[in-house]
Design a protein around this ligand. Structure first.
Ligand SMILES: Cc1ncc(COP(=O)(O)O)c(C=O)c1O
Length: 429
């Protein structure tokens, strides 16, 4: 190593600082060429959007684009029905309402997820009971689900998080034994398959988000899928101000949770590419995981053998600082970003203290003192979530997985180079 006074890629070096082999200490980066960007879009989106615009048929409630998308997404997800909705948050809320889950019911959710999983329970006056996750998948731990069941428990919401699926055999068994409902939160798992069953079609209802960052997107959007005829009828009514889909049935109380034809048009175009994209990400991630597994201190996530296809919302692995001279994760991710030109992706805060999960800031939730106390997130102890959040979990957003094996090699070479030169991480925070 030599001593110079220069600016390096990721931080200003002080006058007399060391220039080393790593890009972050002034060396050459492994990669400087760009990665695939998101969302991928083309002529098909433009044509379908123009068609909606010209038709004047803009609102959706079984209009042509929405009907076509619903049918195709159900087939893609191996479910009988799709109901399109405004977003993934509403998808979870209406799933719980369709299952008649309400005041004082307990719903078991994982502590490592986006806040909407628990917030949807609050929105139906249920109590989110937050349990820790499996250290190898960051998905809900079935043993802890079983331990959290009380006479008030009505449902479980497993989240298929980042690049893993929850253990759906164990969850189904527990649910069947205790007479519980299962809502799969598939906001991050479009196209995953468990023994060839589609994610979302294994539980009673699957809830999806089509928000901008997701692998299937219309900017904002959501949907639920189900195989159950009665639940389908209820979901259709719930999203459409309570109107029964057809026939003589009485309306139920609800609001407007519909999607517009513009969103459905974009989804229809995006869906044409999804099958190939999910396959490509799975193939590249499998290759990359194989390469990363050879590097000390890098632990790929566990893939349950029942998974026949894994969808990747994010590529995640677990970082062990002891193999990198005790450098903190942030030093490693900064070094990796400098090396390969990819920024790290969102690490969830445990729900026990997540910045955007604040049940006790809304007076609507104070309908009883008992409920108010029950929804206090601080009462849950989540050591695995805590470790993932504070030190271990490293995540990258999915678009880079649409590259080639050479691109995956750049990623793995960057990690290996950091491992080989870990001494240079010293002093980085
Ligand atoms: C696991 C999970 N559940 C639910 C949602 C909510 O979806 P939306 O943002 O479409 O409301 C998200 C969105 O990021 C999510 O990641």
């Amino acid at each position: 190593m030599i001593v110079v006074g220069v600016q390096c890629a990721s931080r200003a070096l002080e006058k007399e600082e060391v220039m080393g082999k790593l890009a972050i200490t002034g060396g050459d980066a492994v990669r400087t060429s760009p990665w695939p960007s998101w969302p991928i879009r083309g002529k098909r989106e433009e044509e379908l959007l123009l068609a909606v615009c010209r038709s004047g048929d803009w609102a959706a409630a079984n209009r042509p684009m929405e009907a076509a998308f619903s049918e195709k997404f159900a087939a893609f997800s191996r479910a009988k029905y799709t109901v399109c909705l405004m977003n993934g948050t509403v998808a979870l809320q209406l799933a719980l309402e369709a299952l008649d889950i309400g005041a004082g019911d307990e719903v078991i959710v994982p502590g490592y997820t986006w806040q909407a999983t628990a917030a949807a329970c609050l929105d139906v006056n249920a109590i989110p009971v937050v349990v820790d996750v499996d250290p190898e998948t960051y998905c809900i731990d079935p043993a802890l689900v079983e331990a959290a069941i009380t006479p008030r428990t009505r449902a479980i919401i497993p989240v298929h998080l980042y690049c893993c699926m929850a253990d759906m055999d164990a969850i189904r068994t527990i649910a069947d034994e205790h007479g519980l409902r299962v809502v799969e939160d598939c906001a991050q798992s479009h196209g995953s398959r468990w023994r060839d069953l589609g994610a979302g079609a294994i539980g009673d209802i699957g809830a999806f988000s089509m928000q901008h960052s997701k692998v299937l997107t219309s900017g904002e959007g959501g949907a639920v899928i189900t195989n159950d005829d009665n639940l389908y009828e209820r979901l259709c009514a719930l999203r459409h101000c309570g109107r029964p889909r057809e026939g003589e049935k009485s309306p139920i109380q609800s609001g407007n949770y519909r999607m517009s034809e513009f969103q459905a048009a974009v989804l229809l175009a995006q869906l044409d590419r999804l099958e190939e994209q999910v396959d490509r990400r799975d193939e590249n991630a499998t290759y990359l995981n194989r390469r990363l597994a050879e590097i000390p201190g890098i632990n790929p996530m566990k893939r349950h053998p029942q998974i026949t296809r894994q969808s990747y919302f994010s590529f995640v692995f677990r970082y062990d600082p002891t193999a990198f001279g005790d450098a903190p994760r942030s030093a490693f991710t900064q070094a990796l970003s400098a090396e390969i030109g990819l920024s790290p992706w969102i690490i969830f805060q445990p729900l026990s203290h997540a910045r955007l999960y604040n049940p006790q800031t809304k007076r609507r939730h104070r309908w009883s003192e008992e409920y108010w106390r029950a929804i206090d997130p601080a009462r849950f102890d989540l050591p695995v979530c805590e470790r993932a959040y504070r030190a271990e979990c490293v995540a990258f957003h999915h678009p880079f997985l649409l590259g080639t094996h050479d691109d995956m090699d750049d990623f793995a070479d960057g990690v290996r180079k950091i491992h080989e030169n870990a001494v240079e991480l010293r002093g980085l925070e």
